[in-house]
Write a protein that binds this ligand. Structure first.
Ligand SMILES: NC(=O)c1ccc[n+]([C@@H]2O[C@H](COP(=O)([O-])OP(=O)(O)OC[C@H]3O[C@@H](n4cnc5c(N)ncnc54)[C@H](O)[C@@H]3O)[C@@H](O)[C@H]2O)c1
Length: 344
């Protein structure tokens, strides 16, 4: 049996908690034994995210509760932890757990900068533990199907692709850490990193990025990027500064040589160059469950994830940091020049 703990019991920690029964049903013998949050109130109150208000049952009496992650790691015998913490402490807590031989599933973005992300990866290698970052899009049926359509070239090559992720200003985080660009990385690293990771997964490393950002309600409350690839145009917008009344919206439009494919709330629709539009029949998958089920399989079978290896998450940080640099300097940033500098 694999024992695990959730560290960080805000919006995403509670979302993962709400999936424990389904994870157990799909992944077999796993047991949540403990939960940690520095803020005791988190054990009693619901927390929101841009995915909507959590409605989890907060009956926690059967779990060991901690307010100090170091104490939790010291006292509990854990096989893995699921961490859903403010981004500026992702590296610290992940490294602390991995140095104890504990496998780590850490929420996205991997870290604030490339140096932190690489340190996490090196630690996983050194201590021979599994590390996975919650780049959940890879496990949602619609994005996974879109990636398959792109790589199989079923409708020919990509002519242009556009991605968007539009959110109200995130006013719901603990101590408002999301609104502090130095702690969250702003829209580029937090929200938009989902599309950055998808773009890297589907198209590989761009040659360069040209980005623009807005600094209206906080530094980098939106970012828009042109990704430079040979023979196709790829663009994305991550918008984090919208009014509270705006409903969180995500989507993509990919124009291929022989068809255009739209990803929206109602699923994937194919618009062939000739003939009628048709909706693709997909088996729904909850990416938040599937990513952790895959992570558990990696621990059990001592293998790397074929879907979401941590090396790709490092690449997503590298691209997102280059986008921020481009937005700040007004320059196009070549990715091969972005190496392992912590500033990038
Ligand atoms: N995968 C997704 O779709 C998705 C969606 C939203 C957020 N996230 C990510 O999840 C992470 C957490 O975001 P959130 O929305 O849950 O934020 P949040 O502010 O709601 O929750 C963070 C929690 O961590 C706790 N915390 C802070 N420092 C701690 C420490 N040292 N030890 C233990 N607990 C501590 C806080 O008290 C808070 O309850 C972020 O990295 C965010 O980017 C992912």
């Amino acid at each position: 049996m694999l024992k695990f703990a959730i560290i960080g019991f805000g919006g995403l920690g509670k979302l993962h908690f709400g999936h424990v029964a389904e994870i157990k049903r799909k992944a077999g013998d796993v047991e949540l034994v403990a939960i940690c949050d520095v803020n005791e109130n988190a054990f009693r109150t619901q927390t929101s995210t841009n995915l909507g208000e959590n409605k989890q049952d907060l009956e926690l009496s059967k779990y060991h509760l901690y307010t100090d992650a170091a104490e939790l790691l010291e006292k509990e015998e854990l096989d893995f932890v699921v961490t859903a913490l403010p981004t500026y402490i992702h590296e610290k807590i992940a490294v602390m757990a991995m140095e104890r031989g504990i496998h780590v599933f850490s929420e996205k973005p991997m870290a604030l900068n490339l140096a932190q992300a690489e340190h996490m990866l090196e630690t996983a290698r050194e201590y021979k533990v599994k590390l996975m970052i919650g780049q959940c899009l890879r496990y949602f049926h619609d994005y996974a199907a879109l990636k398959e359509i792109i790589t199989s070239q079923r409708y020919g090559g990509v002519v242009r692709a556009d991605f968007h992720r539009l959110s109200p200003l995130p006013v719901w985080s603990w101590q408002n850490w999301m609104l502090d660009e130095e702690k969250s990385g702003g829209a580029a690293l937090d929200l938009h990193v989902h599309d950055v990771d998808f773009i890297y997964w589907a198209f590989g490393m761009p040659k360069a990025v040209t980005s623009y950002a807005t600094n209206g309600k906080m530094k980098h409350d939106s970012i828009g990027t042109v990704y430079h690839y040979d023979g196709m145009q790829v663009t994305a917008i991550g918008e984090w500064g919208l009014p509270g009344s705006f409903t969180f919206t995500v989507g993509a439009l990919v124009r291929f040589e022989k068809a255009t494919v739209k990803l929206a709330a109602d699923g994937l629709t194919v618009y062939p160059e000739e003939g009628e539009a048709r909706k693709l029949e997909l088996t729904p998958a909850n990416g938040y469950v599937e990513e952790i089920v895959d992570f558990i399989a990696c621990i059990r079978e001592d293998k790397e994830s074929a879907v979401n290896p941590p090396e790709s998450s490092v690449k997503a940080i590298r691209i997102a940091r280059a986008e921020k640099l481009s937005a700040d300097t007004g320059k196009t940033i070549a990715l091969e020049l972005c190496g392992a500098q912590s500033a990038v």
